[in-house]
Design a protein around this ligand. Structure first.
Ligand code: ADP
Ligand code: MG
Length: 735
């Protein structure tokens, strides 16, 4: 499967060896053929593994059991369409399980599975090099994390380098493997020192089919020869492996396994094999769900949330356990390359089919992980055909609904907690309850994904809209309260017609915008949108419950609608101030503001002017985002401006008085330009002519200090510093 990804194929010259007298599987050096070397990175990887994982060595067992389980899954799947019954040299059939054997005399731990096994070329490709994509990701992640231990143990399984963990506990590793497509059983052998041997297994075909790992344990790793220790580790990591795992106990003095028959052993089943999703949710403990999650995500984190669905009696029966990971998985969105990220395991009647269907969830919901099992899907068709199956399509659709329902459930639980918080005055209790809130973390981690969903998944738009959360002007920032559109609408003022929002870089900036000040003065709540995608999303979600979402940064936005009388007043007022508006139009012509974009301000603000945006055009926020996205300075649109003049502001009034007397009044011109430019900055726009703007501001500073503006630079008297002159300046520089 991953073999195709390996970029590195070793030149292989192998001397096959037919001697079969070595029952243990070990061959004399001369019989092992040539030495092969790993790719350099593998050696480096081994060093890192061995050094930094030393305290967490027991993960090797998790890794090799999970490989065995994968190999068994593959057989089950392959045999659905092409059943076979292979036998070993002694005529015995392999079993669909994992067997662990301990040899105290030789210090060897052995693990035998009846899985697909590996062909000779696969032993090279799979154990002799690392998956290219896996390696790259692995290094990127290691370089980022300094706290290597725990992190590494999580990464190992995720990036397909699990097998190498055997060298944490073993000095020497042999892997015998038999695949149905080849007659011979092969042996791979390495001391984890960058070299390996590959030769025909001198014992012949002992496995029939499958893989046997023989680990010669390091002196200080003999704890893994104790059954109790092994059982504990299996319970911890591999409880929910879907195949039986047995430990063999010798019941005779001379227990020995001959010809692949395990004579003289008693077998103890270690794991529970009833899959968790087939059980009644009422009977499954939280800890079991967490363990199960850890098992298949190969991590140690607890999930943020989970849900177990049993959809029965409807059109289609299926069972699913879905998890929200505590963090957005590293490579969740690399679905188009060969990324090793696998979020969902698909079973049909408890038979594992695949974890490679990347589209069980739409892209934006790829962070959800879990299993789904259905009795209504056909077992004996290829994965390609299955992917096209109508029932599967219905299941996909339902899975998305279920997942969205699960997110909504988190918000409902949080609502309950908020009720309790708001009902009490006990600060301590409030604090405690706030710590129980789950959705803020969810929204932090996955809010961006869901917003993508609004754009991509039209069919579920309303469902996703219910999950949107924002901060708003009525809650202080520290309060950590997220507001839904539903909350907003329920608090709207009687004469309020729209849902108002502003979009920008951060809440501190947004909350000081003049347009927000105006709305708040009139008792109107304002939603703050701070993600780059937010404003874009409002073109997909244009309204909620019949209320339009209106950006206050637009000139037409009016927090409180005007009465008829006010409309009449407006007309008269515009008549009176026409000279001011026309004068401003001429003044700003050079600054890329069209003269028809100057209007009187209808907002309640103390500012002399506000800059807003036309309904169709680029807002300041959009221009800022576009600029961040385009490389270089070309091609991004500058924001469109509308200048709103506030005739009730004394400065504006003074400008008006002056220019009706003399339209060339220099003081008025300068003041007007400064008013315009500061308004630009304050409303989140750029100032086009920064140089002149600075000159104008400095002029005002001189005036404020009662100084002339034509001051020359000062001459400095150096003697006041008493520094001796030195002839050897270059030497000083060097020091
Ligand atoms: P991963 O399991 O993530 O692919 P590993 O390093 O654990 O990475 O294993 C590398 C590959 O070696 C596997 O993908 C599989 O092809 C092969 N392999 C390992 N163990 C077994 C096994 N017991 N039976 C068959 N193939 C195996
Ligand atoms: Mg593995």
């Amino acid at each position: 499967m991953r073999g195709g990804l390996k970029i590195f194929t070793l030149l292989l010259v192998c001397v096959a060896c037919g001697v079969s007298t070595y029952q243990s599987g070990a061959a004399k050096d001369a019989e092992k053929g040539d030495t092969h070397t790993y790719k350099a990175e593998v050696g480096k990887m081994l060093d890192i593994l061995i050094n930094s994982l030393y305290t967490n060595r027991s993960i090797f067992l998790r890794e090799i059991i999970s490989n065995a389980s994968d190999a068994l899954d593959k057989v089950r799947f392959l045999y659905l369409t092409k059943p076979k019954s292979p036998k070993n040299d002694a005529g015995k059939e392999p079993t669909m399980d994992v067997r662990i054997l301990i040899n105290h005399d030789t210090n060897e731990l052995r693990l035998i599975d009846g899985g697909v096994g590996m062909k000779k070329s696969e032993l090279v490709a799979n154990l002799g090099s690392l998956g290219a994509s896996g390696t790259k990701q692995f290094w990127e992640n290691i370089n980022e994390s300094t706290n290597a231990g725990e992190e590494l143990s999580n990464l190992i399984g995720q990036f397909g380098v699990g097998f190498y963990s055997v060298f944490l506990v073993a000095d020497e590793v042999r892997v015998a493997s038999k695949n149905d497509e080849e007659d011979k059983q092969w042996m791979w052998e390495s001391k984890g020192d960058g070299k390996y041997y590959l030769y025909e297994d001198p014992r012949g075909n002992t496995l029939g089919r499958g893989t046997e790992l023989i680990l010669k344990l390091k002196k200080d790793a003999d704890e893994y020869l104790q059954e109790e220790r092994l059982k504990k580790i299996i319970h911890y990591y591999s409880e929910f492996i879907n195949f039986p795992i047995y430990i063999g106990y010798s019941n005779k003095e001379d227990s020995e396994e001959k010809d692949g028959k395990y004579n003289g052993y008693d077998w103890e089943l270690v794991n529970v094999i009833k899959p968790i999703w087939t059980r009644n949710p009422q009977t499954v403990e939280k800890g079991e769900y967490v363990d199960f999650y850890r098992g298949f995500s190969k991590g140690t984190d607890e999930p943020m949330y989970y849900s177990h669905f049993v959809a029965e009696g409807g059109e289609i029966d299926f069972k699913a356990v879905l998890y929200v990971p505590s963090k957005l998985p590293n490579n969740a969105f690399n679905v188009h390359d060969d990324s090793s990220y696998k979020n969902m395991r698909l079973y049909v009647r408890r038979v594992f089919i695949t974890d490679e269907f990347k589209d069980l969830f739409p892209r934006y919901m790829n962070f959800v992980q879990g299993v789904v099992d259905s009795d209504d899907l056909p077992l004996n068709v290829s994965r390609e055909l299955l992917q096209e199956n109508r029932v599967l399509k219905t299941i996909k659709k339902q899975l998305v609904r279920k997942a969205l329902g699960m997110f909504l459930e988190i918000t409902k639980k949080d609502d309950e907690i908020w009720k309790e918080i708001e009902e009490t005055n006990d600060k301590e209790l409030q604090k405690k309850k706030m710590a129980e809130l789950r959705y803020p973390d969810f929204w932090d981690e996955y809010g961006k994904s869901l917003r993508m969903g609004l754009v991509e998944d039209g069919g579920n738009r309303l469902r996703i809209t219910k999950l949107l959360r924002y901060r708003s002007s009525i809650y202080p920032f520290e309060y950590n309260k997220l507001v839904s559109l539903e909350d907003y609408v329920s608090r709207m003022k009687e004469n309020q017609k729209h849902i108002f929002f502003v979009a920008g870089e951060d809440i501190a900036k947004l909350s000081h915008l003049p347009v927000v000040e105006d709305a708040m003065n009139q008792g109107i709540e304002v939603l703050y949108m701070t993600e780059a995608i937010d404003e874009y999303v409002t073109s997909s979600v244009t309204d909620y419950n019949g209320f339009r979402l209106v950006n206050l940064a637009l000139n037409m936005a009016q927090p409180v609608p005007s009465t008829e009388q006010e409309e009449l007043l407006k007309e008269k007022r515009e008549e009176k101030y026409k000279p001011l508006i026309e004068w401003f139009g001429k003044l700003l012509e050079d600054l890329k503001v069209r003269s028809d974009k100057i209007v009187l301000c209808h907002r309640r603000t103390a500012r002399p002017a506000i800059i807003s945006s036309p309904k169709i055009g680029t807002t300041a926020n959009m221009a800022r985002i576009n600029k961040g996205q385009t490389l270089g300075d070309h091609g991004h649109k500058t924001a469109d401006k509308i200048v709103e003049l506030n005739h009730l502001n004394p400065i504006m009034d003074e400008i008006y008085r002056r220019i009706i007397v003399d339209e060339n009044d220099e003081v008025a011109r300068n003041a007007a330009l400064l008013v315009f430019e500061t308004a630009c900055l304050e409303s989140g726009f750029e100032v086009e002519d920064l140089q002149n703007f600075s000159d104008r501001v400095l002029k005002v500073v001189y005036q404020g200090l009662d100084m002339g503006t034509d001051q020359a630079m000062l001459e400095e008297d150096l003697s006041q510093y008493e520094v001796e002159s030195t002839s050897d300046a270059s030497q000083k520089n060097e020091l």
